[in-house]
Design a protein around this ligand. Structure first.
Ligand SMILES: NC(=O)c1ccc[n+]([C@@H]2O[C@H](COP(=O)([O-])OP(=O)(O)OC[C@H]3O[C@@H](n4cnc5c(N)ncnc54)[C@H](O)[C@@H]3O)[C@@H](O)[C@H]2O)c1
Length: 259
């Protein structure tokens, strides 16, 4: 897990806990799907199931937004989409730079989901002079020499790092010095940032390792079952609770880890 702010409060300034903030994108994704189907209202149970979250937790989360729904009717889908988008700061356009345009950086640049969620890829930056000017996802790659100018000219506050691990800290330092205050780090390394800079780390191999742990545990239980041994209660409970872990922040293991 990367280091973000040295002493990060568990609650954001407006009183919404970090765990709730981490679930808002899950609600938004489920609500957007309902909105696309022109569904006007949704019950907390239906929405909780669609988001992969416990319904009591959902109601508590929405109470932080001041949204309580109407008894017997549920929540107004369009209004909740608006409320959550506003809370997440998605009602404005966020220019994002991606640094390191190799396999992963190019895949991220080609991902259409950023634009539809309010994130505009402002620039693709790479240290390889041979890549400068070559288009990826229709955007010409720019050399790292341009990094500071791009960030300042475009008012970029979010940077994505997809460089090899050895280059990530130096790239991070340059991004921060140029004015970036939020970093999404894909490189498998811990980044040190000054106070006021948020880092989120994505590591798919860690997610796979956690799944491997559960696979191993299930295989052990199957073997015990074949031998006529009943698994201990604690193990069975744990097996049940991991059912939500793969669905993000409602479980123990968010897909994207906080700093
Ligand atoms: N988090 C995940 O789940 C996940 C998944 C895949 C890869 N990764 C990581 O993402 C990173 C990129 O992987 P990849 O397969 O795309 O590698 P890659 O070698 O294909 O691409 C790396 C790119 O970074 C560029 N680069 C190197 N140093 C740079 C610097 N100082 N400034 C700017 N650009 C620089 C290189 O020129 C190259 O184009 C690696 O750290 C890898 O471990 C993470």
């Amino acid at each position: 897990m990367a280091t973000g702010r040295a002493h990060r409060p568990a609650t954001r300034s407006r009183g919404i806990p970090e765990a709730t903030v981490a679930r808002l994108p899950l609600y938004l994704r489920a609500l957007t799907a309902l909105s696309e189907r022109s569904v006007p209202t949704v019950s907390s149970e239906e929405l909780a199931a669609a988001a992969g979250v416990n319904s009591a937790k959902l109601r508590k989360d929405f109470s932080y937004l001041g949204s309580y729904g109407t008894r017997g009717v549920g929540y107004d889908v369009e209004y909740l989409v608006y409320q959550i988008s506003r809370e997440l700061g998605l009602t404005q356009d966020w220019p994002v730079v991606i640094v390191g345009i190799g396999n992963l950086g190019a895949a991220l640049a080609n991902y259409g989901g950023f634009a539809s969620r309010g994130f505009r890829v402002a620039a693709l930056i790479d240290a390889d002079p041979g890549m400068a000017g070559k288009p990826v996802a229709g955007i010409p790659v720019q050399h790292t020499d341009e990094l500071e100018k791009i960030i300042q000219d475009d008012g970029v506050s979010i940077g994505v790092i997809a460089t090899p691990a050895g280059a990530a800290q130096q790239v991070c330092d340059r991004l921060v010095a140029a004015g970036v205050t939020s970093i999404l780090n894909f490189a498998p390394t811990v980044l040190n940032v000054p106070e006021g800079v948020d880092v989120r780390k994505v590591d798919l191999s860690i997610e796979l390792q956690i799944l491997a742990f559960h696979e191993q545990r299930k295989a052990g239980e199957d073997a015990a079952g074949d031998a006529g041994v009943v698994p201990p209660v604690a193990a069975r409970k744990q097996q049940h609770s991991t059912g939500s872990a793969d669905q993000g922040p409602d479980g123990d293991v968010p897909a994207v880890m906080p700093a």
